[in-house]
Design a protein around this ligand. Structure first.
Ligand code: BGC
Length: 471
């Protein structure tokens, strides 16, 4: 990788080098200079009025969203972004991950909207003005209405259309953004949209889900190529090199009954499907499934090999896997009986972040960016400890040699939580949706202090392990 002063690539190389020999003062870990501290958001969840998208249409159908919420004005971040980015700066952040909205930038097939491009340029300029390195996501679950009507990610033409949109984004924003996240959580997307039916298009069909997985991998590879191609042209003009990632949701899976061979096998299968298959496709260039009783997939993803410069990981929780003959592919996903849970019922398991960082670095050898980590906590009673303990787990992994480039908390603001609607509260700033007032949570101050100190005590590593008591 080329290293140029001032570029993110410099941070990549620097942090990778420093973190493997970072100074430890007793039980304290000092974060390397250049470490990225930030938050993450997604257009549809915060902007408001994303009315040209498939999600907008999906929300109009009663029963799709809890309490029949509509994303509506959401956080009105489309208009309030400048004030919101100042709030991010107040946290001491130096990075901000957000998504540009395909439905706005290409409202009709092949017609790109320069006014919307100018809007996102203004967001990028505001990032710079607040000292925030922008990390631009191209696809965060929403599609333009016209593309959904053509079959969305099920259609064989979508990967190329995605690459054309990526090329447009690179051309308009490439001078202001170095770090590109092509896809957010492809496996969550296809699981929710094509296996569980809780995201549009609301389908339950394994064969279609597998086609979507392949098309997402193809789309990522083509988009990465388009971004790099544009970048090579601008490098001639002395621009910084682009860094391409995805934001991959990874979970820790442990067998519910640690002694039970069938739970152990089921855990490996779920781990492969959820954590590894897609990553293999876009790092090794081959999408491969050979699970007895299920459709076999073995396809080469053109350009998939080495298509990631770094790996973005979204980490939230772990599941204990108990084999279920009625649902052998997914099995039952449980948590230990004494687990602490978030408002959404997800186990709070900071050690999982340590385990994932160490394991993923070993398996894939790519520098890692924590692109999301956060908690639904309406009472603001658990977020501070959640944050501290996850940062401690991350710091322990860094101390043990994993090159982690940065940490982005989900989320800057409370926002529209997809099928759950507005009730889950993930924000470091809570939002009063009636007045659009933002108020810092207690964790905002904790985050600010840790970033300001540039170091953290390492806490203790607690592997609660898979108890044989799960529910
Ligand atoms: C997604 C976000 C979502 C968050 C909390 C991730 O799966 O990228 O869009 O709001 O987790 O559920």
């Amino acid at each position: 990788m080329i290293v140029r002063p001032g570029s993110l690539t410099l941070a990549v190389a620097f942090v990778a080098a420093v973190s493997s020999c970072a100074a430890l003062a007793g039980e304290t870990y000092a974060f390397p200079a250049g470490f990225l501290w930030g938050t993450a958001t997604a257009a549809h969840q915060v902007e408001g009025n994303n009315s040209n998208s498939d999600w907008w249409d999906w929300e109009q159908v009663p029963g799709h969203i809890k309490h029949n919420d509509h994303s509506g004005l959401a956080d009105d971040h489309y208009h309030l972004f400048a004030a919101d980015l100042a709030l991010a700066r107040d946290l001491g952040n130096n990075a901000y991950r957000f998504s540009v909205e395909w439905a706005r930038l290409e409202p009709e097939e092949g017609r790109f909207d320069e006014r919307e491009a100018a809007h996102y340029r203004a967001v990028l300029e505001a990032c710079k003005a607040n000292g925030l390195t922008p990390i631009v996501t191209l696809f965060h679950f929403t599609l333009p209405r016209w593309l959904a009507a053509k079959g969305g990610w099920l259609s064989p033409s979508t990967p190329a259309l995605f690459a054309r949109y990526a090329a447009f984004a690179a051309a308009r924003f490439g001078d202001l953004a170095d770090l590109w996240c092509t896809l957010n959580e492809p496996v969550v997307y296809l699981g929710a949209g094509y296996l569980k039916g809780v995201f549009p298009p609301g389908i339950l069909d394994l064969r279609q889900a597998l086609i979507v997985m392949e098309n997402l991998a193809r789309g990522h590879a083509l988009a990465a190529k388009a971004i790099k191609e544009h970048d090579r042209k601008s490098l001639a003009k002395n621009g910084p090199p682009a860094v391409v990632t995805i934001a991959h949701h990874m979970r820790v899976f442990d067998p519910a009954r640690s002694w039970h061979p069938i739970d152990i096998v089921a855990t490996r299968v779920v781990d492969y499907i959820f954590n590894k298959a897609f990553l293999d496709a876009i790092t090794r260039g081959r999408l491969y499934f050979n699970i007895p009783g299920f459709p076999r997939v073995d396809v080469v993803i053109p350009g998939g090999k080495h298509s990631l410069d770094i790996l973005g990981i979204n980490y939230y929780s772990r599941d204990l896997i108990k084999f279920n003959p009625r649902s052998p592919l997914l099995s039952d996903q449980l948590h230990p009986r004494d687990a602490q849970l978030t408002d959404l019922g997800w186990e709070i398991y900071p050690e999982g972040l340590y385990r994932l960082l160490v394991g993923t670095w070993k398996d894939y050898g790519l520098p890692i960016l924590v692109t999301e980590n956060g908690i639904a906590d309406g009472s603001d009673s658990k977020r501070s400890e959640f944050l501290r303990q996850h940062l401690q787990a991350m710091a322990r992994a860094m101390k043990d040699g994993v090159p982690v480039l940065g940490y982005l908390h989900w989320s800057l603001l409370d926002n529209f939580e997809w099928a759950e609607g507005f009730w889950p509260r993930f924000g470091l700033y809570s939002v009063d949706y009636a007045t659009q007032q933002r108020r810092p949570t207690k964790a905002a101050e904790v985050y600010r202090q840790i970033i300001g100190a540039g170091k953290i005590d390492l806490g203790k590593s607690e592997d609660l392990g898979p108890e044989d008591e799960a529910e």
